[in-house]
Structure formats: structure tokens, C-alpha cells
Design a protein around this ligand. Structure first.
Ligand SMILES: [Zn+2]
Ligand SMILES: [Zn+2]
Length: 167
């Protein structure tokens, strides 16, 4: 067997229901100590995975790209596709939004928060936060969410719950 035929074994990361691809790829990279560039190399997708981490889906991900990534992260293409926006749904690239109540229940960034049409958490009927209520810093892209706190003042997402207003 030639060396390049040996499939490396990666630490696998189980996707959470409703989780966005950005948050998922960040977790996968950290579990495997990969930079965005390295993930691009391994999957042969180049800069595409970094674009997805920033919710840049223009042009939309195609089947071939999803299969290439699915091979690396070892989850079904279908499961991967569920972390992408449905066809025809526009994305809001910034600000990154958060329902802190959702995050406490299930620590991930939910894809639907970045849909253009979304203006609230449909589950909790709360306005989404688009900045830290304490220091007003914008949230980082979810791929960089590690500890679930504001990257500037370290206010935890859990503490932000009391700043969320009902719709
Ligand atoms: Zn919520
Ligand atoms: Zn802050």
C-alpha cells in the first residue's frame, strides 16, 4: 500500500441537532488540532471550509464538496447537509446572533439564527442577542466559540440570559 492510500484516523465529533456548520467545523478542528488551512488541505476543499465557517455559501456547497468533507469528518453527507441552510434561504453573515437560553440547553450555535428571515428564537420567543450585553462586542464566528463566553469581557452566554427580551 502506498503511503498516501492510508486514511488517517481523526477524532470524530458528533453533530448536535440544529447545529450550524461553522460551530461544527470549529469543534472538529480543535478536537484534531487542525488549522482552517490544514482542514482545507486534508479535505481537498482549500479555502472553501473557511468560507463555510463564516457562513459564506455563495456559490452553494455542491454534492462533490459535501462528499469530500463527509469523508474527513466521517458523518453522512445528509447529516452534513442538515448543518447548511435550506435551499433559497438567505444568510445573514453578521452580526453573529445568539439565543443564550438555547445555548444553555444545548451548547451550540444554531443555523437558523443566521437566516435573514429570522428575528427571534422561535422556541423561546425571545429576541436574539447580536452583541454582548455587557461590553457590546460582537460575537465571534461560531467556529471560534470554545468556552461559551464573550471573547472580550468573558461574560458567559449563560449570564446573558437575563438580558434577552421577550418578543
Ligand atoms: Zn432559544
Ligand atoms: Zn462582552
Amino acid at each position: 500500500m502506498k503511503v498516501d492510500e492510508i486514511q488517517p484516523w481523526w477524532f470524530l465529533v458528533e453533530p448536535l441537532e440544529g447545529k450550524s456548520i461553522s460551530h461544527y467545523l470549529g469543534r472538529f478542528r480543535r478536537a484534531n488540532e487542525l488549522s482552517p488551512t490544514q482542514l482545507g488541505k486534508i479535505s481537498s476543499l482549500g479555502a472553501i471550509t473557511s468560507r463555510w465557517e463564516k457562513f459564506r455559501f455563495n456559490p452553494p456547497p455542491n454534492q462533490e464538496q459535501l462528499e469530500a468533507l463527509a469523508k474527513v469528518v466521517a458523518i453522512d453527507v445528509d447529516r452534513l447537509a442538515q448543518m447548511l441552510p435550506p435551499k433559497g434561504v438567505g444568510m445573514k453573515l453578521s452580526p453573529i446572533r445568539l439565543c443564550a437560553v438555547c445555548y444553555v440547553e444545548n451548547p451550540c450555535h444554531r443555523m437558523e439564527w443566521q437566516f435573514k428571515q429570522t428575528d427571534k428564537c422561535s422556541k423561546h420567543k425571545l429576541r436574539l442577542l447580536s452583541e454582548c450585553p455587557n461590553c457590546k462586542a460582537r460575537f465571534q464566528i461560531p467556529a471560534l466559540w470554545i468556552d461559551g463566553w464573550c471573547s472580550r469581557c468573558f461574560l458567559s452566554f449563560a449570564e446573558m440570559v437575563k438580558s434577552q427580551k421577550a418578543v
